[in-house]
Design a protein around this ligand. Structure first.
Ligand SMILES: [Fe+2]
Length: 256
């Protein structure tokens, strides 16, 4: 997927507006200064380095974060309507967590996480435009994001820390200690982590659909090949091949 320069620019403006509208005071200013300092990096960042993941194209990161912020705010209303106790966290905490949930993907002060792929074969054959920057020491995305915030003197609350830490839900086994406990006193004291995870999951799923579903329909076996036979092929293997049930394999054979 490719975003136009206009869309990338518009998404960046939405990103900054979300900070201005939802993160008040000194913290909001510090956050704005932080993102403006790294603007050139963040504005064009992909959301992932592998094309199989969501948002692996220039501007994919900001587009994803904006979708998570919007989804979080919509889910906030739904959770409230469904009876959730909304006094255990603030809307500011929700938006702050959504804006920064994937910040660790940025890399560190000096190094970007995702750099242009240098292996031409992987670029051509696998469509990988990016690769992970090996100069960067390993760190999980939530840990690096929280480290970056404290490194730039941007404070975060306990609720925000847990939400950012667990935004991948149980897709990350490291979160089991927060989310897979049966002891009531150990369960999160707020629904914020669940709302953020739900918004992130929804955004990533929608981005997957936008990127991949059109590709699958382009590659599907067309009607004329549904009654595939190997009548024109006279090798002794034809009989066995006639019984193939895989449409993909039949399609491949049709093109031999
Ligand atoms: Fe995310």
């Amino acid at each position: 997927m490719k975003l136009t320069a206009e869309i990338i620019q518009a998404n960046w403006e939405i990103f900054l507006t979300n900070i201005e509208e939802h993160i008040p005071g000194n913290r909001g200013e510090q956050l704005l200064n932080f993102y403006k300092r790294y603007e050139e990096r963040v504005i064009l960042m992909p959301a992932a380095h592998k094309k199989e993941y969501h948002g692996a194209f220039p501007g994919g990161y900001v587009a994803h974060v904006n979708r998570v912020v919007e989804g979080s705010l919509r889910l906030y209303d739904m959770w409230e309507e469904m009876g959730c106790d909304m006094t255990t966290f603030t809307k500011e905490e929700l938006v702050f967590s959504a804006i920064n949930h994937d910040l660790g993907k940025m890399g560190d002060k000096e190094h970007e996480s995702y750099i242009p792929q240098t292996d031409q074969w992987r670029k051509d054959k696998l469509g990988e435009d990016y690769m992970f920057n090996k100069k960067l020491a390993f760190c999980s995305v939530p840990d690096r994001g929280l480290f970056l915030l404290q490194q730039h003197d941007i404070s975060y609350t306990f609720n925000e820390m847990v939400a950012i830490q667990t935004h991948d839900g149980l897709y990350d086994v490291a979160n089991e200690k927060y989310l897979k406990t049966f002891m009531p006193e150990q369960k999160p004291r707020t629904s914020l982590p669940y709302i953020l995870h739900q918004a992130d999951l929804m955004a990533a799923r929608i981005e997957f659909e936008q990127e991949w579903l059109p590709k699958f329909s382009q590659n599907s076996v067309d009607e004329s090949k549904n009654n595939y036979t190997l009548k024109t092929k006279t090798s002794s293997k034809s009989k066995a091949l006639n019984t193939l049930s895989s449409p993909g394999l039949k399609d491949m054979l049709d093109n031999l």
